[in-house]
Each structure stands twice: as structure tokens, then as C-alpha cells.
Design a protein around this ligand. Structure first.
Ligand code: DHB
Length: 417
């Protein structure tokens, strides 16, 4: 084996080919800033791993105006509302009426497929299946990322900036020394039991359900494949649940006069943990964290991918300022700008969770109080507008008017969805 690693060079080394890393690579390429994306996972894993499916209006707009939205518009489904269900009845939150915006149901792995295809078609440098990733010299102006390529070649990738987009289990977060950061963490006493079922659609829009047995969510993937979740113990073992038991539990939570749960074979099942996390600051020297590397949200409200996209929209504007105008000014404020949205999303995800989930040890008072809250949200314009604003997403911040991101946002500003 060759003792000397190969030296490669780029301007932005992006660690992680998830929503944050791939979207950043795409935006930077449009801005003429060369970059390399590495990931320890294989392309096939990235393109098939099941995650949430709701894209905020701003995510949809940024994808469509930057040329990666064709399939999303053709195959995704625009949703103009959700149902909040309790006591056997649903009440609808009408997004366009309340906010002028909507969301799209389009699974995360489809977004990733589209971004990977766009980067490869544009000659982008994506390296999958790498190992032994490490980040070095981030306090200098010439940091680097070292890794071993799939064929065993060791590489040192020198760059001006490292973008840490490698998720909550990646190496980038740990490159920020413990005494230089604050970790904000909250564990919820619930998990989500998620299933994928070959069944027809039960409802045209997502159904978020409160019941005295706990939360349930009816979502969809295609007309013949449905995604559903129900609140469970975070330590629940999915192998203890056969199809009949799962359907009985879901039915017990969502059934009512006007709703029939359409069932079919369950083809995938698993338990998703629920936690909130934010690192502060979101950068360390020339290392900038984005997406799940910097923060985790519980799944309620599907903010994870959307936060990743919003982070890199801010980061790209800051990098354009650095590379095109020679100023680190926007990089210096990147973390503060991104964290503003992150904390709003943390609150929203926590709040939706607290309104709709049953805490262990919840008593009759707690359940009635939750119903009071649900009534106040669904029956009041002020209450439902807060939910609709947060669910459809806040505007992506324009920090650099000369940026491709600012140009893309301007194209959609004032447009009715
Ligand atoms: C989905 C997941 C969510 O967490 C959510 O709030 C809405 C939809 C989904 O997987 O479809």
C-alpha cells in the first residue's frame, strides 16, 4: 500500500451526501464554486433509505428555481392542508387560506436521487463508500479532509472551507471541541412506530391524530403505498408486532364516524427515536455544520430535511460572499442566522409533539387539557395560522443579494403557490 496519501484540492469539501451536503454542492456549483462531496454510505443506500416526505414551500421553490424540481412537480403531491383529528373527528387546517403557501409530499430519498443525478449530469465530484474520514486544521485557512476511497486509495482533500453535513452520527460535529460548544439536548419519552404498507390511500391529506392511546399519523407515499406512524415506547421492539396487531392499534387511534383506515400487507416497520438537539455555535474555524450534523428535531412536523435545505441556502450565500467578494462577514454570522430558524423549528416540533402525544403517566386532566389546546388551535384563525405558518415554513433568509440563492428566492417572491 502506498504510504503517501494522494493530494486533492477543492474550494469546499462537503462531508456527507444527504440533503444538506447534496443541496449545498448543487447551489455552489450554480454559483461557480467547485466542491467535492464524500460519504461513507454507498449511493444505493442513500437513494433507498426511507425518511420523511414533507417539503416546505421554500424547499419546493428553491428546488424548482434551481433546476432540480421537475420530478418533484410531476410526481410529488401538493398538499394544501392537514387534518388534526381527535375524539373520532377531523378538523382541517387550510394552508393557502391562512398563509398563501402549501407543502409537497415527496419522499426525501427521491429528493436525494434528483440531486445526485443533477450533480453527476453537471460533472460534479461525488465520492461514495469512503471510510476513515477525518477533518483537520479547521482553525487554519487551509483545512483538509482525509479519507480512504472505496478502492483503498488514501486521500487528503485540501480546501478553504469544510462543510460538515454528515448527520448526527458523523465526525464533523465531534471536530468542535467540547469546551468550545454548548450542546442543547432534549429526549422525549416516546418513539414513533413507522410502517410502510401496500394499501390504498386512506385520506387525501395527512392526518395527525390525538387519542387517549397516543398519537398516530396517516401519511402516504404513492396511491398504492402508505406511510403511517403511531406513538410507542422508544424501546419498543418492532418484531413483537405482527400485521394484525399493528392495524388494530392504528384503528383504535384513528377510527371514527367519518374515517376508514384502508389496510394491506406491511412491507417495512421500525421504531424512530424522538429527540431534539442543537449545537452552539454551528461553526468552528473553517468548519461549518449544516443539517442534522448541527441539529436534530423530532419527526413531528417533518422539519429535518427542510432545516437542512435552509441551512445550506444561508451557507451558500456566505460562501459566495467569501469566494466572489473576499469577505468572511457572512460566514461569521452563518450560525446565528441559521440558528434563528432552527430554534423556531425546535419549538414547533416540540409543540406539535406535546399537543398530540400522550406522556407516560398522563392523567385525565392532561388529556382534557390537550383537547382544549387542539380546539383552540383548530377553531381559531390565530391558532391555526401559527400551525400553518410553521408547517409550510418560514421564508429563506436573503443575506447576499448577489447570490444564486437570493436570485432563486426572488424568482418566486410574491408568486401565489
Ligand atoms: C411524514 C413524516 C413526518 O414526520 C411528518 O410530520 C409528516 C409526514 C412522512 O413520512 O410522510
Amino acid at each position: 500500500m502506498n504510504a503517501t496519501p494522494r493530494s486533492d484540492r477543492t474550494r469546499v469539501a462537503i462531508v456527507g451526501a444527504g440533503p444538506a451536503g447534496l443541496m449545498l454542492s448543487h447551489l455552489l456549483a450554480l454559483a461557480g464554486i467547485d466542491n467535492v462531496v464524500i460519504d461513507v454510505r454507498e449511493r444505493a443506500d442513500i437513494e433507498t433509505t426511507l425518511r420523511a416526505g414533507i417539503l416546505e414551500q421554500g424547499t419546493v421553490d428553491l428546488m424548482t428555481t434551481t433546476g432540480v424540481g421537475d420530478r418533484l412537480l410531476a410526481e410529488g403531491k401538493r398538499h394544501e392542508g392537514i387534518a388534526i383529528r381527535s375524539r373520532g373527528a377531523s378538523r382541517r387546517i387550510d394552508f393557502p387560506a391562512l398563509t398563501g403557501r402549501a407543502v409537497h409530499l415527496y419522499p426525501q430519498h427521491e429528493v436525494l436521487k434528483d440531486l445526485i443525478a443533477a450533480r453527476l449530469a453537471a460533472g460534479g465530484d461525488l465520492r461514495f463508500g469512503v471510510r476513515d474520514v477525518g477533518v483537520q486544521d479547521v482553525m487554519s485557512e487551509s483545512p483538509s479532509v482525509r479519507f480512504t476511497e472505496a478502492d483503498g486509495t488514501r486521500v487528503v482533500l485540501s480546501c478553504a472551507v469544510v462543510a460538515g453535513c454528515d448527520g448526527s452520527q458523523g465526525v464533523c460535529r465531534t471536530a468542535v471541541p467540547r469546551d468550545r460548544r454548548t450542546d442543547y439536548f432534549h429526549a422525549y419519552p416516546h418513539g414513533w412506530f413507522g410502517i410502510l404498507a401496500e394499501a390504498p390511500t386512506s385520506a387525501d391529506e395527512l392526518v395527525y391524530t390525538h387519542s387517549d392511546r397516543g398519537f398516530a399519523l396517516i401519511s402516504s407515499r404513492t396511491p398504492t403505498v402508505q406511510r403511517m406512524y403511531f406513538q410507542c415506547d422508544p424501546a419498543e421492539d418492532p418484531s413483537g408486532w405482527d400485521d394484525a396487531r399493528i392495524w388494530a392499534e392504528l384503528r383504535a387511534r384513528v377510527d371514527g364516524d367519518d374515517f376508514v383506515l384502508r389496510e394491506g400487507p406491511i412491507v417495512q416497520r421500525g421504531v424512530i427515536p424522538m429527540r431534539s438537539y442543537v449545537i452552539d455555535p454551528m461553526s468552528h474555524g473553517r468548519l461549518f455544520l449544516a443539517g442534522d450534523a448541527a441539529h436534530t428535531v423530532p419527526p413531528t412536523g417533518a422539519k429535518g430535511l427542510n432545516l437542512a435545505v435552509a441551512d445550506v441556502a444561508v451557507l451558500c450565500q456566505a460562501l459566495e460572499r467569501l469566494f466572489h467578494q473576499g469577505s468572511t462577514e457572512l460566514l461569521d454570522s452563518y450560525g446565528r442566522t441559521a440558528a434563528d430558524r432552527v430554534w423556531r423549528a425546535q419549538h414547533f416540533s416540540w409543540w406539535m409533539t406535546s399537543m398530540l402525544h400522550t406522556d407516560p403517566g398522563a392523567d385525565a386532566f392532561d388529556l382534557r387539557r390537550q383537547l382544549g389546546e387542539i380546539d383552540q388551535i383548530t377553531d381559531s384563525v390565530a391558532g391555526s395560522t401559527y400551525l400553518a405558518e410553521a408547517y409550510t415554513g418560514w421564508p429563506i433568509v436573503r443575506t447576499n443579494p448577489d447570490s444564486v440563492v437570493a436570485g432563486a428566492i426572488a424568482t418566486t417572491a410574491g408568486r401565489t403557490p
